[in-house]
Design a protein. Structure first.
Length: 148
């Protein structure tokens, strides 16, 4: 039952139908708000609020158009001999946060080099950097400003 509900609610046609219903109902609301609910005695408050509501509706319409077709884009082959350098600047950040950042950078599939740029010159960070050094062509991890 759970997978059936998940398939129904995460289906593309369900999201599109829900988006269209929201756009139509919101347009009706904005018509009602403009026609019957506008406070003509306090236009200095009513008009900016109405403009904000129109802007929100317009933003939702743009969002719906942008996410209408969400097919994944096919990526080409990785060009041979090209790498990406990842710079992780740090100044007295907690080492546990930095370890997670380094691990996240190591999980990139593209050929890369990781540079940890430490302005705090902490020896503990150098130990974390050297302990995180992976074997193979994928990661080179250095602590740029730390003393040797």
């Amino acid at each position: 039952m759970r997978t059936l509900l998940r398939q129904f609610f995460y289906a593309t046609w369900t999201a599109r139908l829900l988006g269209i219903i929201v756009v139509v109902y919101s347009a009706y609301y904005l018509y009602w708000r403009t026609r019957y609910s506008m406070n003509l005695n306090a236009l200095f408050l009513a008009v900016p609020l109405l403009l904000a509501e129109f802007q929100g509706w317009f933003n939702f319409c743009l969002f719906l158009m942008m996410t209408w077709d969400t097919k994944p884009v096919p990526y080409g082959e990785v060009p041979q001999g090209r790498t990406v350098d990842i710079f992780i600047p740090t100044y007295n950040e907690d080492l546990s946060i930095l370890k997670m950042t380094i691990l996240g950078a190591q999980n990139i599939c593209y050929l890369h080099k990781i540079w940890v740029l430490d302005d705090g010159r902490r020896p503990a960070l150098r130990q974390v950097s050297l302990a995180s050094l992976t074997v193979g062509p994928y990661t080179l991890l250095l602590s740029a400003s730390s003393p040797p």
